[in-house]
Design a protein around this ligand. Sequence first.
Ligand code: NAD
Ligand code: WQD
Length: 436
Amino acid sequence: MARILVTGGTGYIGSHTTVELMQQGYDVVIVDNLSNSNADVLDGIEAIVGTRPPFEQVDCNDAPAMAGVFTRYPDIVGVIHFAASKAVGESVEQPLLYYRNNLMSLVTLLEQMKAHNVHNIVFSSSCTVYGQPTPEHLPVDETAPIQVALSPYGNTKQINEEIIRDEAHADKSLQATILRYFNPIGAHPSAMIGELPNGVPQNLLPFVTQTAIGLRKELKVFGNDYNTPDGSCIRDYIYVVDLAKAHVKAVERMISGQSEEQVEVFNLGTGRGLSVLEILHTFMQVTGVDVPYEIVGRREGDIEQVWADPSYANKMLNWKAEVSLEDTVRSIWKWQLHLAEQVCSLRKELGLREESMDDLMMLSEESLNSSIKTFNEFKESNTFNVNKLPKIESTALVSEEQDNTSKEVQEFANGKNLSNKEYEESSIDDWFKKMT
Ligand code: NAD
Ligand code: WQD
């Protein structure tokens, strides 16, 4: 079967797409520099699919390394290019980082594709290119005007699209599919892969789930005075597995020569606009978990309302977003609980008691997710330093075992297995019950 190069394949959308590609029989090779993901994601993919995809830890900006990938995998017939930096706020603070990473990686990739006779690319674009569509363009279809970008991140997507068009004009052998995603949410139904936001989540659903599990005090709803039925902003939230399936369809269309234009553009959304409050209340209803929230002022730069007209993608790709909002929300909650379980088992490995859970959170500064990442990094790095765990060392460990445990934590850093360590399971379980 044909091989697809998936850049950014250990990331959120890339990992779900890799699963769908492999389940449809495609060979895959993942390229990712792990700047915003973890190699553990490969375990999750393997657990779902039964096969581990080949992985190359390579930066897409590194031309010789990318050339090496194309040389090692001469059967690559197409590329899905997810790799990019994607935090809107960070892009405002560090625009050059975004222009370098998001523009140069595409240029390098296109050069290497040409050098190795690979002619098909699917590119991850965004509904952000439409800005706030005027009322006559809502729902927004692919013919709606592109508006001045509201952030350097958004601008990189617009420029990327132009780079692809210009190169396609110059090189008639290049075939490109630009997919403009609306708001991807959810996790694989197995809860083996999902979204791992870095630090304090900026996006709505990760913030909702972290509030529901008790990591955040309350959700701030940014504005209830918009010109929408309930006053909160409207978006088109699309389930990430539905989104992933659209990529398989896009690849199939391209490599089987069915594309009708050299550069095709598709909106990937559900066609259903939902408000922030509707999402929030659906989450609470489906999970039965209360999410404390407060209405606050508008967030600067927010679009009031945008949702997709996906009919072109429905028709041309023979694809449709199918999963209900309720099932999508269930997948998100299941994933958050899976993450909590991972933290619990890490605690067990470290032999920590219930009260030290807060310290684990503090250790990561921000979130449950980064706690897991941090611990995995410690486990892998051999540079574990108990001084980085001041409160755990001083107060949170089982008091009578304190000295021993500190020693064992250090041994842990040196790769020793602590699985025989004695700990009080009940307190961990109590904590977990409290969390859920
Ligand atoms: P993500 O951060 O989870 O995944 C991106 C992956 O790319 C990460 O694993 C990261 O380590 C990797 N990466 C970044 N720069 C790289 C480089 N130079 N070389 C190699 N790997 C690199 O993000 P995601 O949410 O999965 O988004 C995937 C794509 O979809 C991005 O292009 C993003 O801009 C686009 N997109 C995302 C959303 C969204 O809301 N998540 C919406 C619209 C478009
Ligand atoms: C959704 C709604 C917020 C958090 C961003 C990027 C965009 C695209 C998708 C990549 C908005 C509200 C949010 C919170 C809230 N990414 N909200 N409280 O703004 O549509 O788009 O992600 O291309 O480029 O800008 O998504 O999830 O941040 O917000 O009330 O704590 O939730 O105001 O109305 P957004 P989002």
